[in-house]
Design a protein around this ligand. Structure first.
Ligand code: UT7
Length: 329
């Protein structure tokens, strides 16, 4: 069977207009701008304030931009995958809502839950569908309305996250550029180092779960930091080794934006100069599944056909991995 290669043919994004700065957070919790900047690299993040709008809204806006850029009609899409941990509802999948709102009548659609690694997991799934011939045009969307699951009295989590979404269109490659390889790992987080305690079937919503703020993220920051730093650096180095790539060969590192110190450690391990590393954590914070496509969007005008990119992420689960692709636009 002939294996087709999938390539990213367009990128779209959505960022809410409202900005929450570190100084705004100083008014909510005992923190300060200097601590947040030096410990995380974050200066401000976007917040989707409209209570009527959720992840599907951002996903639809990002998708529309990608489709318009590519000149592709929603009816041509045959698969939609949304990576998110902040779906509009527990079910149906946010991807189903996106399918309906976009008018993508010919697409089947579902979500992937892999936290901050969600986008790279979804990209692998989307690419595999194209490679197998099962789908020709796929929307891969990563986005989260993190403000909906944050406890704005917990300074260890509320300063990190923001809202945002990115979408890429995947199509069959005709020029050989595209997604070359993926490496993914999972290690069940038995200690619940990063999770949302309630709202699932083990602890359905009750007065107690609401009173105890158990519908918000809980994170053991130090434990996750340690694991994320090693995991992202190791898997990126593994990908370089597997494909005999030197630091000079790699055009861009597209890292998940969780903490500037994790990004720096990954780039150092790969031997990459800082100018080859996409960083926008200062402007958007950690948008969970949104970080990588938002980087691709922000850098799209600097990317050249044939550029070699390594995407890497680590997230709740634990989940992590890396994708090696060449830019095809
Ligand atoms: O994206 C998915 C995966 N998530 C991540 O990759 C996040 C990984 N973790 C991190 O990025 C970092 O661990 C944090 C940014 C969450 C925290 O940074 P840290 O350097 O690991 O801080 P820490 O938890 O070790 O805390 C150091 C000190 C503590 O005070 P003491 O015990 O030394 O007196 C904290 O209480 O900083 C204190 N602290 C704060 N101070 C001011 C914790 N949060 C804050 C805050 N403002 N917001």
């Amino acid at each position: 069977m002939e294996i087709k290669r999938a390539k990213i043919s367009a990128v779209g994004h959505y960022l809410p207009e409202d900005r929450m700065t570190n100084f705004d957070l100083e008014k909510l919790v005992e923190t300060n701008d200097e601590w947040i900047r030096t410990r995380t690299g974050i200066v401000e993040r976007r917040i989707l304030k409209d209570p009527e709008k959720a992840t599907s809204y951002m996903a639809v806006e990002a998708s529309k931009e990608a489709l318009e850029t590519a000149g592709v009609s929603p009816k041509e899409i045959d698969f939609i995958i949304v990576a998110t941990v902040t779906p509009d509802y527990m079910f149906p999948a946010t991807a189903c809502l996106v399918q309906e709102k976009l008018g993508a009548k010919n697409a089947f659609a579902y979500d992937i839950s892999a936290a901050c690694s969600g986008f790279i997991y979804a990209l692998t799934t989307g690419a595999t569908m194209v490679e197998s011939g099962r789908a020709k045009k796929v929307l891969v969307i990563g986005g989260d309305k993190m403000s909906s699951i944050l406890d704005y009295s917990d300074r260890t989590t509320c300063i990190i996250f923001g809202d945002g979404c990115g979408a890429v269109l995947l199509e069959e490659s005709e020029d050989g550029e595209g997604i070359i390889d993926s490496i993914h790992y999972t290690e069940g987080d038995v200690n619940n180092s990063l999770y949302q305690p309630a709202g699932g079937s083990i602890r359905p919503a009750s007065q107690e779960t609401v009173d105890m703020r158990m519908h918000s993220i809980r994170q053991d920051g130090r434990a996750v930091f340690k694991k994320a730093t090693t995991a992202m650096a190791d898997v990126s180095a593994e990908m370089m080794e597997k494909h005999n790539l030197t630091a000079d060969d790699v055009s861009w590192l597209v890292p998940h934006q969780a903490n500037l110190r994790i990004i720096d450690a990954t780039a150092n391990r790969m031997g990459l100069d800082p100018e080859k590393v996409m960083v926008n954590i200062d402007r958007y914070g950690n948008t969970t599944a949104g970080t990588i496509p938002l980087c691709l969007y922000d850098w799209k005008d600097q990317l050249k056909k044939g550029d070699k990119l390594i995407l890497t992420a680590f997230g709740g689960g634990f989940t992590w991995g890396a994708i090696y692709l060449t830019w095809g636009i």
